[in-house]
Every structure is written in structure tokens, then in C-alpha cells.
Design a binder for this molecule. Structure first.
Ligand SMILES: [Mg+2]
Length: 207
């Protein structure tokens, strides 16, 4: 039986952060380099910032409280103002009849600017930018289910991060689809693993 709704992640699920990261985070990378707190790990930090929420990166690489706060202050004002291309298989999601939700963790202005320049705002019934200081993906998912009267099994959560949206969905009993475009993850991280969105219709319609 087909479900009712699909909740999508944004970063590295709908488009690759690496395609815009050096431009988007240029001033942040300069701040980190100038702080001298990167030691040998600059490349690892640069990559982590494109994959993982900044506060977690700051903890993992032992940034000082001052550098963490400066990085947060800077990113709260960052916006991306050029066209962004979604992954080439993104448009497959239009072939699936479901209520579509976009739930992304990050800095509000930054995330909204990316959504605008991807031109995808109207693809979704609701767009939520999660500020992890105030709430969580789990709370936002639970709230969507409750407001729309969806049972967990009527929803799918799709994303690239086992520790973020996949974990949050699992905690609520919502079936999970890991979007593993580059086949980098273990296939047991989620209920389903796909590397192309054309596979999602089949899962959604038959699960
Ligand atoms: Mg992501």
C-alpha cells in the first residue's frame, strides 16, 4: 500500500554541498585558518563542515568556545546567492504521488537561500529549517505526523545521514531510506538504501 508522505533532507540529498561549499563557507574557512586551531586537520575540517552540522564539527575538532561562537555568528548571516543545480536524479521525486516535506538542519538564512536558489520551494507542502539549539529533527517529524494525522508507517524519511534524519525517523518508527549516492555507507543503516531517486517510487508504492 502506498504511503501518504515523504520527508526529505536537503544537504547532500537534494544537491551536493561540495559543489557550493568553498564559495559558501569561504569566510568560515578563513576564520578557522586564521585562528590557528586547525593543526594538521584542515582538510578533514573542511570536509566535515560540508557534511555535518557546524556545532558537531566544532566539538569533534576541539574548537575553542570563542572560535565556535565566531563561526556560528558568521554563519547566521551567510547566504548563497547563485543558482544551485540539484542532483540529476532529483526530479524523479515528482513522479511519486505523496505529500512532500523538506526538513533540514542548519542556519535559517543560509538554508532558505539555498532552497530559493535551487528553485525547489514549491515542490514541498512544508519547509522546516531546524535550529538544533531549539528543537530537533525528531520533534519536527513528530509534529508533522501529528498535525497531518499520518501514522509512522504511512511516511518515509529520505536522507544521506544515518546519524541525523535516519536516526530521528527510526526513533519514531518511521521507515527510513538512506540516499547513498556514492555507495559509501553500509546497507544496514536504514530500512532501504538507494543510490538513485528512481528507486524511491518502487519502495514508496510497495512498502
Ligand atoms: Mg544531509
Amino acid at each position: 500500500m502506498p504511503g501518504k508522505a515523504i520527508i526529505y533532507d536537503l544537504d547532500n540529498t537534494i544537491y551536493p554541498v561540495s559543489a557550493i561549499g568553498d564559495k559558501l563557507f569561504g569566510s568560515l574557512f578563513t576564520l578557522i585558518l586564521e585562528s590557528g586551531q586547525h593543526n594538521e586537520d584542515y582538510e578533514a575540517i573542511r570536509k566535515a563542515i560540508m557534511r555535518t552540522p557546524f556545532r558537531l564539527v566544532a566539538q569533534r575538532f576541539n574548537f575553542s568556545d570563542e572560535l565556535t561562537q565566531k563561526g556560528i555568528d558568521l554563519q547566521e548571516e551567510l547566504e548563497y546567492n547563485e543558482t544551485i543545480a540539484p542532483f540529476d536524479d532529483y526530479f524523479e521525486i515528482h513522479n511519486i504521488v505523496a505529500d512532500r516535506f523538506l526538513v533540514t538542519t542548519g542556519f535559517r538564512k543560509m538554508q532558505l537561500s539555498k532552497i530559493k536558489h535551487l528553485g525547489i520551494e514549491n515542490d514541498f507542502k512544508e519547509v522546516h529549517v531546524v535550529n538544533p539549539v531549539i528543537t530537533s529533527k525528531k520533534e519536527v517529524f513528530a509534529n508533522i505526523l501529528q498535525r497531518h494525522n499520518y501514522a509512522p508507517e504511512e511516511v518515509l524519511v529520505v536522507g544521506d545521514d544515518p546519524e541525523s534524519e535516519i536516526a530521528a525517523a527510526k526513533a519514531l518508527g518511521i521507515p527510513t531510506v538512506l540516499y547513498d549516492r556514492n555507495k559509501e555507507q553500509n546497507s544496514d543503516m536504514a530500512d532501504y538504501t538507494i543510490n538513485h531517486f528512481k528507486e524511491l517510487a518502487l519502495i514508496y508504492n510497495t512498502k
